[in-house]
Design a protein around this ligand. Structure first.
Ligand code: TMP
Length: 206
């Protein structure tokens, strides 16, 4: 994988319902308040492949595992080409909700080989930091059904999330920082801020 040239790439990873998306917005605001150039984005994206993937949420059985992986990879290639690459080249800080480790964990949990998934992502810039939000699958599902008032999608069933959580727990990339996602929004935000501080320092001393 290539590294991000002058910007910084901070990705938010973890099982569904760990509050990643809320924390991404809070961090984006905190960094903007410090006058830093921040761009927030997500995967699956809102592009053509991302839209197809979101359709799969309701009916995952309509494609096989390999086709599903191809869609996530096509979406990421487009994301890297059109947004991540240019934004990092322009020296900005990118916050991305889900990235390569989600593919390793989710498509790995579905039965694909994790090392192969990692190798197939070699085109994607290595994150400067991956914040890995940790909470139990039961907590995640409860947050999805309770607070958000949604029913779990096909990617979010408890047994699946348990396997996904196990893979996330086993990952040991040097850029991973684990965040205990069981506290309040405010305490988790504090953990996020302290985890990103070294990346921001590096960024400011470029
Ligand atoms: P989210 O938009 O709520 O984060 O949901 C995205 C879903 O897609 C989530 O259940 C995880 C799944 N996913 C994968 O299975 N593989 C991937 O590579 C990515 C980025 C997401």
């Amino acid at each position: 994988m290539i590294t991000s040239p002058s910007g910084k790439l901070i990705v938010f990873e973890g099982i569904d319902g760990t509050g990643k998306t809320t924390q991404l917005s809070l961090l984006a605001r905190a960094l903007s308040d410090r006058g830093l150039p921040v761009v927030s984005t997500r995967e699956p994206t809102d592009g053509k492949y991302g839209k197809k993937i979101r359709e799969l949420y309701r009916n995952r059985g309509s494609v096989n595992l390999q086709e599903e992986l191809e869609l996530f990879l096509a979406d990421r290639r487009e994301h890297v080409r059109e947004l991540l690459g240019p934004t990092l080249q322009a020296g900005k800080i990118v916050l991305c909700d889900r990235y390569v480790l989600s593919t390793v964990a989710y498509q790995g949990a579905a039965g694909l080989d994790r090392d192969e998934i990692m190798a197939q992502n070699s085109f994607a810039p290595i994150p400067d930091l991956a914040l890995l939000f940790q909470a139990s699958p039961e907590t995640g599902i409860a947050r999805i059904t309770g607070k958000r008032g949604e029913s779990p999608n096909d990617f979010e069933q408890v047994e699946t999330l348990t396997r996904v959580a196990e893979i996330f727990a086993s990952l040991d990339q040097p850029y991973i920082r684990r965040i205990d996602a069981t506290g309040t929004i405010a305490t988790i935000h504090e953990s996020v801020i302290s985890a990103v501080e070294h990346v921001i320092k590096q960024y400011q001393s470029r």
